[in-house]
Write a protein that binds this ligand. Structure first.
Ligand code: SF4
Length: 267
């Protein structure tokens, strides 16, 4: 190790890590570098937020680093052969040839292969710095069960939000107060989603999926497109995106009939 203690922040672009970033600046805590991993499937609102953070880093002279999945030979050959413009993440979802000969990892969420890639990229990057890294991680005070206590070679994690007693709700409010709203198609994403993670993440719950269908129809069409190309269902109960689409449409129909019934009863 050449130098001791280098302070980084792992910024996902979601409410907790952004609140941590803003609070660190406000408190004057040392921060040498902000690192974000772009898998390539973020919401536009997340990219806007990352750009906002990058511009602050530029002003404050804090290094801002974006890590992405390196292109593989297989990916380059695929693009050269097909001419299809596709990012590495989508390539891995649909096209990458797995050891069992099947194509594509499919949805990421139950098998969190994308999370494993993120960890690998971050870990590799920290090792390459040849310093002892203290990584600030945005885990809120009401999710301490997510703390990672495993030892890591050449770096340690620090959780200031827990020390500051900032819950997830506090983090969101704090970001809103600082003007970051994750607005997309006129909607604040945190009004309709519990987590602003990858757009096609398989961990979305029914409430989030209903809301995406209702408020972000383009993304919902994207889910259908992915389902057309992924040979297994979105949900572990066997429901495909098309099953969910029918289910949500039928729920809406029942609600409208109920509304009509109430209206008639009132007349
Ligand atoms: S947010 Fe979801 S899709 Fe993205 S890497 Fe994590 S588990 Fe995978």
């Amino acid at each position: 190790m050449k130098n001791l203690s280098y302070f980084t922040l792992s910024l996902s672009g979601g409410k907790d890590s952004l609140a941590l970033f803003l609070k660190i600046l406000e408190e004057g805590v040392r921060l040498d570098e902000v690192v974000t991993v772009d898998l390539g499937d973020e919401y536009q609102a997340t990219y806007d937020t990352l750009l906002f953070a990058a511009s602050i880093c530029l002003k404050e002279r804090i290094k801002f680093t974006v890590l992405s999945i390196p292109e593989t030979e297989e990916y380059q050959e695929y693009r050269a052969a097909t001419g299809v413009e596709i990012g590495m993440f989508e390539f891995m979802v649909f096209e990458h040839e797995k050891q069992n000969g099947c194509k594509g990892y499919g949805w990421c969420g139950k098998q969190r292969w994308g999370t494993a890639i993120k960890r690998q990229l971050l870990n590799g990057y920290y090792q390459s710095l040849e310093r002892f890294v203290i990584e600030y991680v945005g885990i809120a005070a009401d999710e301490v069960q997510r703390i990672d206590i495993k030892p890591h070679k050449n770096y340690a994690k620090s959780y200031p939000l827990i020390k500051w007693g900032m819950t997830e709700a506090d983090c969101l409010e704090y970001c809103y107060q600082h003007g970051v709203q994750w607005k997309q198609s006129g909607i604040r994403l945190y009004d309709i989603l519990d987590r602003v993670s990858c757009q096609h993440c398989q961990q979305k719950n029914l409430k989030e999926l209903r809301n995406i269908r209702k408020y972000l129809p383009e993304l919902w069409n994207g889910f259908k497109d992915w389902q057309n190309r992924i040979p297994f269902p979105y949900r572990s109960d066997g429901s495909t995106i098309y099953d969910l689409d029918k289910r949500f449409a039928s729920e809406n129909m029942q609600l409208s009939l109920f509304d009509i019934g109430i209206k008639e009863a009132m007349e």
